[in-house]
Design a protein around this ligand. Sequence first.
Ligand SMILES: Cc1ncc(COP(=O)(O)O)c(C=O)c1O
Length: 395
Amino acid sequence: MSDAYPAVPAGLGPEPMPHLPPEAAVRLQGFLTRMEELSGSFIGYPCSQDYDYPEIAPFLRFSMNNVGDPFGESFFRENSFEFEREVVGFFQRRLRAPEGETWGYVTAGGTEGNLYGLYLARELYPDGMVYYSEHTHYSAAKIVRVLGARSIMIRGRDDGEIDYDDLYETLQMRRDVPPIILANIGTTMHGAVDSLPLIRAMLKDLAITRHYIHADAALSGMILPFVKDPQQFGFDAGIDSIAVSGHKFIGSPMPCGVAVAQQRHVDRVARSVEYVGCRDTTIAGSRNALAPLVLWSAINRWGEDGLGERVRRSIAMADYAIERFAAYGIRAWRHRNSVTVVFPRPSAEVIGRWQIAPSRDIAHIITMPHVTRGMVSAAVADVAASLGAEGNATP
Ligand SMILES: Cc1ncc(COP(=O)(O)O)c(C=O)c1O
């Protein structure tokens, strides 16, 4: 569409913006220093920080907006749809989504992707029942409230996977109600993957043919495609939709994500909107147009091999963390293909210093690509000291 119109003559633009007052600039510089200091202890949350995207800075001068369906055309031409389509295409291939049968867009994060998946499911089965395990991200409970959907929380195993017996028994009791199952492909606290083959086997065994499976693959959705022996995670495992965060494994200065769903489900909710001249298939109207540029840049800079190498290094770093804990006699563990290392909850002081997320009696560190051996050794030593563990402090 952009080539279809002659360019408007240059020189019609506004006056330059005023400079930042000196005291405001100083304040911002102080804030930058604070962020730089904090990044040295960023080991508890699943956000990569091994990037820089200077090529995106010039685009801060434009009111870009990806309102509408990135696979359509819009009257709002300051968009980055062409890059968004390539990002979605990359995720579709990695998530084993059949070409031509699935659709996707860049979201504001994993939560929006989960909302999108459950919205499509609720539109398909208005009387459906949402099932999710107690280890599911807290956004799920909020989303079912927003959607006004009925839901049942299933017990979780201690290692973070859903309790399959509880799921089976609960499904069995309500065979007349279409189940909408939110499967965790990497839980927040334990990095656990709910077994899609087992879930599908249950549905088959109970002869439930009307069902929907949404995969919450916020972090592991960009890890499992790059390992040799992944747990099942994608469309080839029978899912209807999936949500992956962009700011987690790939890494982005602004929260973002990608939602991919079966095209036929998306077509049910699509509406045509004259105001922007395109199909409305997304949750938000105005959408971040810089996020697709960031993800596109990352994918092109690292390439398939580079992304795979980051995954391998991160998993090796998780094993290093477990070894360091073992040297202090502390049992730490991780799931197969996970970079989430679980260990006993340390003191509040250590939690604050290393930005560690606790839950009940456990805590975790997540060895994202920016995490170094030095950071791991220092964090583990602090955790060990707070737990009163003694051992070999020399890495
Ligand atoms: C498993 C899981 N799902 C969903 C989310 C929410 O993702 P976001 O923070 O991108 O909205 C998270 C965030 O940590 C998560 O761990």
